[in-house]
Design a protein around this ligand. Structure first.
Ligand code: ADE
Length: 405
């Protein structure tokens, strides 16, 4: 029996999807509509226990149109990117039946049925922390489950890519490569997993969130400007990145931190140089054997340290340099994996004030502390890919009304 308008059932799925940070950057598109990049990229998926999107999707014959609530507010779904994902998913939807509840949906029904989507990011939206990556990956992953789409993660990644380029990399945990692909229709522009999160679990990632405000320039328009105005970007894409990708894959396979760090830092230097259109690189690096750094599209610095011991020392230095305002709660100043804070010997704000200057700063008396310049720090590590949250209590959708809880 096909679903008929007027029936009361609401069928829902809830999923959680991680964000990711590129260590070899995606910058520049060869097709704006299909979101096809001009180079491969590699990312580390971040532990969804610290940074993630949770999305519930529901279908009911009672729904009159597709709707989405993002971080508590209903927003428009009319954008081409959402519509591209819906179209791709609906065309791959298959029959679904739940005999106990008397629900039967045929492949054809999915073309007419509407969905409700409720999504939360547990980190600032559009501040450069790849919220659209986690968000669109979660949207595609949860709708694919709901619609009984039988494609594997790589195929789903090609759909998520059409919502937000880097979303394709959030369909896997650990270390992920987005292959740019050659086909005009984008069918081979997919993400693949290079290694899972357990492969290299010594790494600790500390993100200094310097501003939770929305980005001033969107990645899309920033990229378009660069591709249109920079000859160097073509050189980067064709000559520099392919070699770097190969070397980065080797560094990850061998857990070779000095090479990993050298490549990630070199890539962000070139990338920042292009983004700033010829202004000198903002950073100076000498020794990356302990800590690698990169930035996302926003101003937040992402520091990847080789192990927990290094991360604790790094956190001490960061807290010395960027102490919080006096009224800040330490628990909200350093979030995520609190054990790094403990390893750094910091139990309360007094411990931060009492931190001795690190040796390299002692020798430079002009060094000042930048109180309040960092909004907060996130300590995290490589994490797993998307999962379905089966427990009904984790759903964000009211099972009776199909509206946000
Ligand atoms: N863009 C940013 N965050 C998102 C989310 N959670 N779902 C859909 N789009 C998003």
């Amino acid at each position: 029996m096909a679903a008929e308008v007027g029936e009361k059932w609401v069928l829902s799925v809830t999923a959680q999807t991680p964000t990711n940070i590129a260590v070899i950057k995606y910058w520049g598109k060869r097709d704006e509509e299909l979101i096809l990049p001009i180079n491969d990229s590699i990312s580390v998926t971040l532990d969804p226990g610290h940074l993630c999107t949770t999305t519930s999707v529901a279908v009911s014959p009672a729904f009159t149109h597709d709707r989405i609530w993002l971080n508590g507010k209903e927003v428009s779904l009319s954008g081409g990117r959402f519509q591209n994902c819906f179209r791709e998913l609906r065309s791959r939807a298959t029959d679904f039946e739940d005999e106990n509840r008397g629900i039967k949906i045929t492949k054809k029904d999915w073309e007419k049925l509407h969905v409700h989507i409720v999504s939360y990011n547990n980190f600032p939206t559009a501040a450069g922390l790849a919220s659209s990556a986690a968000g669109l990956a979660c949207l595609v992953f949860s709708l694919a489950k709901l619609m009984n789409v039988k494609e594997d993660h790589s195929k789903l990644s090609a759909i998520a890519r059409q919502g937000s380029g880097s979303a394709c990399r959030s369909l896997y945990g650990g270390f992920v490569k987005w292959i740019m692909g050659k086909e005009d229709n984008g069918s081979d522009s997919i993400a693949v997993q290079l290694a899972d999160e357990k492969h290299w679990d010594d790494l600790v990632i500390i993100i200094a969130v310097v501003s939770s405000k929305q980005k001033e320039t969107s990645s899309t328009s920033g990229m378009r400007d660069t591709v249109e105005t920079s000859a160097l970007i073509k050189h980067r894409a064709k000559e520099v990145v392919p070699k770097r990708i190969k070397e980065m894959e080797e560094a990850i396979a061998k857990r070779d931190f000095p090479s990993f760090a050298r490549l990630a830092c070199a890539d962000i230097h070139r990338h920042e140089f292009l983004r700033n259109q010829g202004s000198p690189p903002r950073l100076d690096y000498k020794d990356n054997s302990q800590v690698a750094y990169t930035f996302d599209a926003g101003p937040n610095a992402v520091l990847i340290s080789k192990d927990r011991k290094t991360a604790a020392l790094l956190l001490q230095r960061l807290l010395f340099q960027f102490p919080p305002q006096s009224d800040t709660d330490l628990n909200s100043y350093v979030i995520g994996d609190k054990t790094i804070l403990k390893d750094a010997g910091i139990e309360d704000l007094k411990d931060i004030e009492a931190l001795a200057p690190p040796p390299e700063i002692k020798e430079n008396p002009s060094t000042q502390r930048y109180r309040g310049d960092v909004s907060y720090f996130i300590c995290t590590r490589p994490g797993r890919g998307p999962v379905v949250l089966a427990d009904e209590s984790q759903s964000l959708i009211n099972p009776e009304t199909g509206l946000p809880k």
